[in-house]
Design a protein around this ligand. Structure first.
Ligand code: PMV
Length: 328
């Protein structure tokens, strides 16, 4: 089949057990394995057109010409894909998100998963899901987890081929919902790539990484057993550990805003009252409140009533990244 153009859609994901720090920054081999859930409805859609007439790769992001930094990062990822696919021409890329970028809703995960799947589809190639996850990882580590469906584990691995992600439970396996309290939709000041590079400057990183495998096992079991209280305990602890590393890195990274801390405290109180909800945060101030679906409306209305909350997004477990259209 001859195609040169394809559009793919990939969902963002929220990590339950976090990825923070690399053993190899170039290959993005992480220091620990991680677990996440794709976020249904919060997606990036990316069109890639391989075009031999182009003089360089081009990028339109959310209907505007992208910054040179963003275009270069995409062009570097396209270099990797060109090498793998045996292509020489450049690509025109158009991408848009339906959620705010750069504020802890892992836009780079959805973006590089969609870019990888679209670029491969546009070349008329079919690669295994496992290989797609390793290629997406080279663009942004957490993007590997946005390729498979539902609840996903990314194995740390020690080579490019071994550091891949796969689904360990389908989206419908557990009725977990992420109710995201957006306290700032501004683009974060420090990109995660710099954070991964400075993680080792915190004395606490060794301790965080030392316990990561045990937390991952406990978290995966809690999902497979649908045991919310066990899940809440390990997810909040893992997020707190990552933020402790961030805050004690040199230079320190403080992602929280005052409203972030208020919500974290409220969530713990609500759980003590009987609501099945816990929090986790990525590299940004927004608070992901993970809860059972029957408690999601109550969590959502309490968050909307909380001062400092600008918006609330609600997402259940989402499916795999996939090509949605392709053409010559
Ligand atoms: O994939 P990156 O480089 O954007 O890193 C993501 C890091 C966190 O979102 C903070 C944690 C995670 O595992 O998603």
């Amino acid at each position: 089949m001859h195609v040169n153009r394809a559009t793919a859609r990939a969902f963002a994901n929220i990590a339950f057990i976090k990825y923070w720090g690399n053993r190899d920054n170039k290959l993005r081999l992480p220091v620990n394995g991680s677990l996440s859930m794709n976020l249904a409805g919060l997606y990036t859609e990316t069109m890639v057109r391989w075009d031999s007439r182009l003089q360089s790769d081009t990028l339109v992001l959310n209907q505007r010409a992208a910054t040179e930094d963003a275009r270069k990062r995409v062009a570097e990822h396209l270099d990797v894909l060109r090498a793998r696919l045996g292509l020489v021409g450049y690509a025109a890329v158009e991408s848009h998100n339906n959620f705010p970028m750069g504020a802890g809703i892992a836009s780079s995960a959805a973006a590089f998963a969609a870019l990888t799947v679209a670029a491969v589809g546009a070349a008329g190639m079919e690669l295994s899901e496992r290989e797609l996850t390793t290629l997406a990882r080279l663009g942004s580590g957490s993007a590997s987890r946005s390729v498979p469906a539902g609840f996903v584990e990314w194995y740390a691995g020690d080579t490019h081929e071994d550091s891949y992600a796969e689904s360990f439970a389908a989206p419908e396996y557990w009725d977990l919902v992420d109710v995201i309290a957006v306290v700032s939709a501004e683009h974060k000041a420090v990109v995660s790539a710099r954070g991964h590079q400075s993680a080792n400057t915190s004395e606490l990183q060794v301790a965080r990484v030392g316990g990561a495998a045990a937390r991952l096992t406990a978290c995966k079991e809690s999902v497979l057993n649908r045991d919310f209280m066990a899940f809440a305990d390990v997810v909040e602890h893992d997020s707190n550990l990552m933020h402790a590393v961030m805050m004690t890195s040199r230079p320190p990274l403080f992602y929280w805003l005052p409203a972030t801390l208020t919500i974290m405290g409220a969530v713990r109180d609500w759980r003590a009252e009987g609501l099945q909800v816990c929090y986790t945060l990525d590299a940004g101030p927004n608070v992901h409140c993970l809860c059972m679906s029957n408690h999601a409306p109550e969590v959502e209305s309490r968050l909307r009533a909380t001062p400092g909350v600008e918006a609330v997004l609600v997402a259940g477990a989402g499916g795999a990244a996939q090509v949605i259209t392709s053409a010559n």
